[in-house]
Design a protein around this ligand. Structure first.
Ligand code: FAD
Ligand code: UDP
Length: 370
């Protein structure tokens, strides 16, 4: 019997997971309604135009991937520029290139060859070598040794996560490359850039021709919204979906303080990290540099880490054992549900954009190819 529902899918969340899902569903002849409680699409990739500059409203977003299919997919909606992320770290007034590379080693120790740098790192890390580092501190000390850990990692990490580095999972630090070449590219991936015109071009392209309702909190009208579609796709917090019945999943929150400055070029780089514990923000962004902007003024953002509470936006899932085990209880419950859960909040995973897009493409391929 044909369904009497208005839509095939109700999609909760207009972030990248929801937008890719909706786009693929439409391509396969399905109708979708996308709702988001925010007043804009794009989720955390949303850019706000200020002084003709695309301001990354929820923190620096740099697209990078090794997967040519995902790169081609996003470039079909909007061309990307050649931006290469090369943040600089400021530690007590001295500047160091990131990620950890020959420029950093020269700035730290005056060494000029990979052999000299390797010798220092080996000397400083040998007493921390372990087969299976148990936490971020052990992992970092065994990889890069004491100077880098104490100047560039410990302070930043502990304020970012609000926890001791000994209480954090080691995988977080493995995101950063360590290389013995003079190469300040923050990522090892083959493809990298920023959408020309900002990320709204990408989310807008994905959602073109799809019904979207903004300012709609799913939980305020769940029964009515669910009844409009044959199936629901949920990209919000999975613990909230189940009314926190196994307890709350913890997140790190952020406060973004945006400032317009009457100067053309404030810091000469898109991202400068402040790695000592005493400075309360983790980084300052200068948005025009993501797009090589020539505007007369500039917009900067200081990112202040916060403990997320249910009232604040959740940004970073804290994937330690306690939270991961709690998430498994939710995941198990969700596996018996007809709802599809996807994205950073619903899968409680420290996903980058390309991974969220990949996850949504895999899911939709599985659904629609059969
Ligand atoms: P989101 O973008 O969070 O979208 C979920 C949407 O669901 C939100 O818009 C939310 O309002 C909506 N929603 C939730 N609950 C409800 C409800 N009850 N009713 C209605 N709507 C609801 N990735 C990179 O690749 N490179 C980077 O440089 C990078 N930098 C980042 C920096 C920061 C500070 C953060 C926080 C993330 C960064 N990311 C980066 C990760 C990237 O933002 C995510 O991978 C991606 O945006 C996640 O997409 P999503 O659709 O899963 O979630
Ligand atoms: N990190 C650090 N010092 C830095 C930058 C990063 O110690 O100057 C650590 C920190 O623990 C951070 C992790 O590396 O959470 C991952 O950094 P990344 O820049 O990938 O974080 P994101 O952009 O996701 O906030």
């Amino acid at each position: 019997m044909p369904s009497t529902k208005k839509y095939d899918f109700l999609i909760v969340g207009a972030g990248l997971y929801g937008a890719v899902f909706a786009h693929e569903a439409k391509k396969n002849g399905k109708s979708c309604l996308v709702v988001d409680k925010r007043e804009h699409i794009g989720g955390n990739t949303f850019c706000k135009k200020i002084e003709d500059i695309n301001v990354h409203a929820y923190g620096a977003h740099i697209f990078h991937t090794n997967d040519k299919k995902i790169w081609d997919y996003v470039n079909d909606f909007v061309p990307f520029n050649r931006y290469t992320n090369s943040p600089v770290a400021n530690h007590k007034g001295s500047l160091y290139n990131l990620p950890f590379n020959m420029n950093t080693f020269y700035q730290l120790w005056g060494v000029k060859t990979p052999a000299e740098a390797k010798a220092i790192i080996e000397e400083q890390s040998k007493k921390y070598q372990k087969n299976n580092p148990q936490n971020l501190e052990e992992q970092a000390l065994s990889l890069v040794g004491e100077d880098i850990y104490y100047k560039l990692i410990k302070g930043y990490t502990e304020k970012q996560w609000g926890r001791k580095a000994t209480e954090l999972p080691s995988f977080i630090i493995k995101r950063l490359p360590l290389r013995y070449t003079f190469d300040n590219n923050y990522f090892n991936d083959s493809y990298q850039g920023i959408p020309i015109g900002g990320y709204n071009e990408l989310s807008g392209g994905l959602l073109e021709g799809i019904d979207v309702q903004l300012g709609v909190d799913y939980f305020k009208d769940k029964i009515a919204l669910d009844s409009m579609a044959s199936k629901t796709v949920f990209t919000g917090k999975i613990d909230e979906y189940y009314n926190y019945e196994f307890g709350k999943l913890e997140y790190r929150g952020l406060r973004f303080d945006h400032e317009i400055l009457d100067v053309e070029n404030y810091q000469g780089n898109a991202v400068i990290n402040y790695t000592e514990a005493e400075i309360p923000y983790t980084r300052i962004l200068e948005h025009k540099h993501f797009e090589f902007g020539k505007q007369k003024k500039t917009v900067i953002t200081k990112e202040y880490p916060l403990e997320a509470s249910t009232e604040l936006e959740p940004y970073y899932p804290i994937n330690d054992d306690k939270n991961n085990n709690r998430y498994l209880l939710y995941k198990n419950k969700a596996s018996n549900d007809l709802v599809i859960f996807g994205g950073r909040l619903a899968e409680y995973k420290y996903y980058d954009m390309h991974q969220v897009i990949g996850a949504a493409l895999t899911k939709t391929k599985k659904l629609f190819d059969n």
